[in-house]
Design a binder for this molecule. Structure first.
Ligand SMILES: *Cc1c(COP(=O)(O)O)cnc(C)c1O
Length: 384
């Protein structure tokens, strides 16, 4: 049957009907009083979502643009930065830092393993003359499903005192507790097509007072991504350039929905769906790529060992119209990834696991008892 697609990828994620309908209106002038009210409400609710009193700025960019803005606004050429690299996105922040002439110190870990906070501690403690200006961390590494230990790494950054912590929270914002003010996170970037339940096109950057202080002396070139312009406009319930008006209508409704569900409930739903998915894969004897201790609540990466991951993806797409994500770079064909980020319910998880089991049967997989995956997921969902 056509016309019933289901997105189980880590972005774009499914969009609720209320949000789609909110976007299906005529745009209005972005300098009008009516649109100022929309910006004011969005700004307030973004702060709620980010658990912060810091500025949360809204840019017409993808997540990468939000991160680029978060890096270039607070640093100068030659500044030393520590960049955690244990996947596609950590690697990207290293490349952006290099492209802008920063002195990049990569802290690498094999894909599928979490970053080791001790390596950050050692480098930060050894930096007596405070040359390290920023530490850049990907919280949920979407390419592998690994959740890095941001809280511990951030403690070492705080002990250093000088360096800013710059966080890629693109697949953790709205999926996992990130208490920005409590932890003192300086710069946190995210993107609309992930936990926000709206289509791609908006990026968000939260900026602390300490980061604004660094902004005053930072000399890397910037214009469209100059966050000072966004702050000045946002303080007046406006925007420096033309924003995607209809996407902002969608964001307004999505944030209202999130507030109605409540942060605790949103995080608990993501935990539950992650636990059910992981239990199902274990019951199917399909190894998980990320360890239980460091599992992203946005995405589960699976190594199907005896079955080609791309075959699984094409079969489940054809038979059930379910989109799963593949592996990136050297993991292509080796893993598949099940997204459970944003507007994903327990029912979606059960449907995806049932469809995956059918797909595995069709492909001749004999590594598990038929039904074991659904049973394991049901057992998790029945208890919680
Ligand atoms: C999706 C994603 C990004 C941003 O990617 P864009 O395609 O630029 O939106 C950044 N970091 C992580 C961890 C992501 O999952």
């Amino acid at each position: 049957m056509d016309g019933k697609p289901m997105l189980m990828i880590p972005g774009p994620t499914p969009v609720p009907e209320q949000v789609l309908l909110a976007m299906a209106k005529h745009p209005i002038g972005h300098r009008s009083g009516d649109f100022s009210k929309v910006i004011a409400e969005i700004t307030e609710n973004l702060k709620w979502l980010h658990q912060t009193q810091n500025d949360v700025l809204c840019l017409t960019v993808s997540g990468t643009g939000a991160m680029e803005a978060g890096i270039i606004n607070f640093l100068s050429p030659g500044d030393r930065v520590l960049v955690g690299d244990n996947g596609k996105f950590g690697e990207r922040w290293g490349l952006i830092s290099k492209a802008f002439g920063l002195n990049v110190d990569l802290i690498k870990t094999e894909w599928g393993k979490p970053l080791d906070p001790e390596e950050f501690r050692a480098k930060l403690e050894a930096d007596k003359d405070k040359q390290i200006k920023a530490v850049i961390i990907t919280h949920s590494e979407t390419s592998t499903g690994v959740l890095n230990d941001l809280e511990t790494i951030n403690k070492y950054v705080k002990a250093h005192g000088e360096a800013l912590i710059i966080v890629d929270a693109v697949t953790s914002m709205g999926a996992l507790n990130i208490p920005i003010d409590e932890w003192g996170l300086d710069v946190v970037g995210s993107g609309s097509q992930k936990g926000y339940m709206i289509p791609p096109g908006l990026g968000f950057v939260s900026v602390s007072k300490k980061a604004w202080k660094a902004y005053e002396t930072a000399t890397l070139p910037k214009f469209y991504l100059d966050l000072g312009k966004y702050k000045k406009a946002t303080d007046k319930d406006s925007s420096p350039f033309t924003p995607p008006v209809n996407l902002m209508y969608g964001l307004q409704v999505a944030l209202q929905m999130m507030k109605a569900e409540g942060l605790e409930n949103i995080f608990a739903r993501h935990q539950r769906n992650t636990a059910a998915t992981r239990a199902a894969m274990k019951a199917l004897n399909l190894p998980l790529f990320a360890p239980d201790t460091h599992a992203s609540t946005a995405i589960t990466a699976v190594i199907p060992t005896t079955v080609d991951a791309e075959k699984i993806r094409s079969t489940i797409k054809k038979k059930f119209d379910i989109a799963l994500a593949g592996g990136q770079d050297h993991l292509k064909g080796k893993i598949f990834r099940i997204g459970h980020l944003g507007f994903v319910s327990e029912r979606d998880i059960l449907a995806a696991i049932g469809a995956l089991e059918t797909t595995l049967q069709e492909l001749g997989y004999e590594g598990a008892t038929p039904g074991a995956g659904v049973a394991a997921a049901a057992a998790v969902l029945a208890q919680s």
